[in-house]
Ligand binder design. Sequence first.
Ligand code: NAD
Length: 438
Amino acid sequence: MKIAMIGTGYVGLVSGVCFSDFGHEVVCVDKDPAKIAKLNAGIVPIFEPGLDALMARNVAAGRLSFTLDLAQALAGAEAVFIAVGTPTRRGDGHADLTYVMAAAEEIAGALDHYAVVVTKSTVPIGTNRKVAEVIRATNPAADFDVASNPEFLREGAAIDDFMRPDRVVVGLETDRAKQVMAEIYRPLFLRDFPVVYTGLESAEMIKYAANAFLATKITFINEIAALCERVGADIKAVSKGMGLDGRIGNKFLHAGPGYGGSCFPKDTKALARMGQEHASPIQVVETVIKVNDDIKRRMIDKIEDLCGGTLRDRTIAVLGVTFKPNTDDMRDAPSLTIVPALVGAGAKVRVVDPEGRREGEHLLPGVDWLDDAYAAADGAHALVILTEWNEFRALDLPRLARIMAEPRLADLRNVYAPADAAKAGFVAYVGVGRQGEV
Ligand code: NAD
C-alpha cells in the first residue's frame, strides 16, 4: 500500500513513520523547506520520544521518504492523508480550515488515479464533505472518495498511542474507501485493536466530543480542588476515591494549573462555536473554557500569596514551561499565561525546561533560561513547579531549601508532600487542592 502524508507536524510525522513501520510505503510532504531538509538529513524536527529511531529504521528500509513535492508523493498513492494544522481562527473561535482546504486543492490538482483522501486533522463537522466539494470543483474528473480518520495520539506518548490505540475511528461512505482504509489499518485490526466505522459527520464529532469531555474532566477536578482548599479536603485523596469508581476512571483527575496544549483549548473553542452556529449551544463546554482561564489566573494569585503578597523584585524559579512533560510543544501552555504575569508584576523569572527552550525563548520574553533546577533556585525567593518533567519529580529538596534566598515552593502539580517540603526546610508550600501549607 502506498500512502502520501501531507503535513509533517506532531501528527503527520508520527502517523507517517508508524504507517511505514506497518510495512506501507509512505511519502511525507510538507510546505516548510527547513523541515523537509532536516527530515532528509535524518533529523526529527520535534521532540517526541522514540521517533528518531523508528524514523531511521524505516528510512533505511526504503519505506519512508520526505519531499516538498506533493505531486511526487501522490504518484501511485492509494490514500492521501491531510494532517495539517487547524488552529483557532482569529476572532471567533472557529477552526481555521485554510491549510486543510489548500491541501485539498493541491491534491485535486495532482490526482490522476483513484485515491482515498483522508482527513486526519481535527476538523469541524461537515469539513470532509467540503473537502470533497473543493476537490470536485478544482478537478471535476478526479476519481476519489473522502474518509475522516481523526487522530487521538498524545504528544510525549505518540508512538505507543498510534501503535496501540484504544480505537481507530474511520468515517466513510463507500465500500471502495473502506477496503483501502481496512488495508491500511490491517496490522492493528489483526492485533484486535477496535476499528470503529461510522459516517463522516459522526467521525468528525467523535474527535471533538472526546477532547471536550477530557477537558471537562480536568476542569471539573480543578474546580473541586479549589473547593478542597477551602473546606479542609485533599484533592489527591478525593481523586483517588473518585477514580476507583469504574464509571469514572482514574485518568484526567489530576488537579493542576489548567489544561493547555495544541488540542484542548482550540478544540473546545471550535466545538462551542459549532454549537452556537447550529443554535445548539454546548453550555458545559462554554463554561469549561471560561473556568479553565480562571484556573490559570488563580495560579498567579497563589504564587503572589506565597511570596507574601507582592512579586516585585522577587526572583522566581519556574520549573517546566511546556504544556506537559515529554514534549517541546508550547502551544497554549499555561506557562504562557502565568510566566508573563509574573514578569509583569515585577518578578525576575528564571526558567528551566528540558525541551521547551527552543520554542519558549521567543514566547516568553524577559526571562532567564537556566540549565537545571539548582542553578535556577540559587538565591531565588520562590520555586514554582509548572510542568512535572521526570527530572523535577525527585529533586533534592533540602539542597534547594539551602541555596534559596527564601525557600518557598509552589507545587502546581502536587508532586511533593507538604510535610516533606517542611522537613526539607521550606518555609512555605502551596499546592493545588490540598492542605498543609507550611
Ligand atoms: P503541526 O502544526 O505540528 O503540523 C502541521 C504541518 O503541516 C506543518 O509542518 C506545516 O508546515 C504543514 N502544512 C501545512 N499546510 C501544508 C500543505 N498545504 N502542504 C504540506 N504541508 C503543510 O500540527 P499537529 O500538531 O501535527 O496537528 C495537525 C492536526 O492534527 C490538527 O488538526 C490537530 O488538531 C490534530 N491533532 C493534533 C494532535 C497533537 O497532539 N498535536 C493530536 C491529535 C490531533
